[in-house]
Design a protein around this ligand. Sequence first.
Ligand SMILES: CC(C)(COP(=O)(O)OP(=O)(O)OC[C@H]1O[C@@H](n2cnc3c(N)ncnc32)[C@H](O)[C@@H]1OP(=O)(O)O)[C@@H](O)C(=O)NCCC(=O)NCCS
Length: 357
Amino acid sequence: MSEVRSPEGRRPSAVSRKLSVRPMTMADKPAVLRISSRIWEGNDYVPLFFDHWVRGGGFWAAELRGRIVGYGKATEFAPGEWWLEGLRVDPRCRKRGIGKELSRQVLHRTLDERPVSLRLATADVNRESMHIITTVMGFKPYTQYRFFVGKPEATRPGARPVRKMGTVPRVRALRGAVPVFQSHAPLVRPAAREVLDFIQQSPELSASRGLLQYTWLFRQVSRRYLAELKKGDHVLGYRVGGRPAGLMIIRPHRYRGNDLDISFVAGSEVALGAFRSFLYQRARDCDAKNISGMAASKEMAAALKSLGLEPHPHIGRVLVYEYPIQAKVQRTKSEGQSKGEVEKDRNPSYLPFLRLA
Ligand SMILES: CC(C)(COP(=O)(O)OP(=O)(O)OC[C@H]1O[C@@H](n2cnc3c(N)ncnc32)[C@H](O)[C@@H]1OP(=O)(O)O)[C@@H](O)C(=O)NCCC(=O)NCCS
């Protein structure tokens, strides 16, 4: 922690004196592709986003003697809400302190943006990364998820049919502007208010402390974010007697566009049965090979299992961390605030994730 908050007090290592961290440019692409091809057996997702990240900024390259040896990305999801990802060090240059120094520098540059929140995530199997996040960068555990995966093949023609859980209407994929749900069907595009109420009251939102996951990104629920999801036609509701009885948020997987990723699912048994049929229908329509989702609550874990997903075989927990900005801001603010204002800021209902502006 002290290393992070007062870097000037830290004795610079040999690497930190030599490492230069600068914005990534399009000209760096070949070097990045070369490094990423050696990470996770070539399954690193950084190349997929290279152009987009360079254009968007916050994509940092670490150079040692004029050669790129690592990188990291900071993204502002919504005003003040920052996210770190894509920390990589060339496998040929590891265990020399580059990852630690690069993390420190990316953190400091992101703190310069005066974030309201700053988070990142890693898997519990990535001990090295956890060490850097907690010990070097000073992040604190925020929440944790279980990772679920499934294959839609089980429902292809000739395969064993899925267990039937209620009468379900046939629906087409959630695509385009053509209305896909008949007004009388229990599967609907829910109204914004309905989505907000359903999610806010869910055990999942309280276990996730206000976050929704999307392929390893964890973003705060807000009115604006939910409106984006609704506009993208990713939100599916289930009604019984005109009242909401279930909700599912489903999107193309961020790394593999044909695959599906579930950000949220909850509802009655009949609703989950309908979502399951919809999910596999849609998986067939878009030729998905995999379906994934993460759950912070035991309720959503059970819902994902009821959709046919199973815990990931190698990753036990996905850990989300947060940099302790709030405490710092709180101290600074209270110096110039009235007692009433400070109390208001302490009230949990004013926490950013419930400020649904
Ligand atoms: C994680 C990664 C960036 C680290 O890069 P690096 O340059 O080798 O890291 P450093 O040499 O600066 O530091 C590694 C630290 O982890 C520690 N470490 C290594 N293995 C560890 C383990 N099994 N448990 C705990 N700590 C461990 C090292 O001891 C060192 O810390 P220390 O110097 O305080 O003792 C690099 O391995 C990488 O690119 N991995 C693949 C991508 C990835 O996992 N990125 C993070 C995703 S969230």
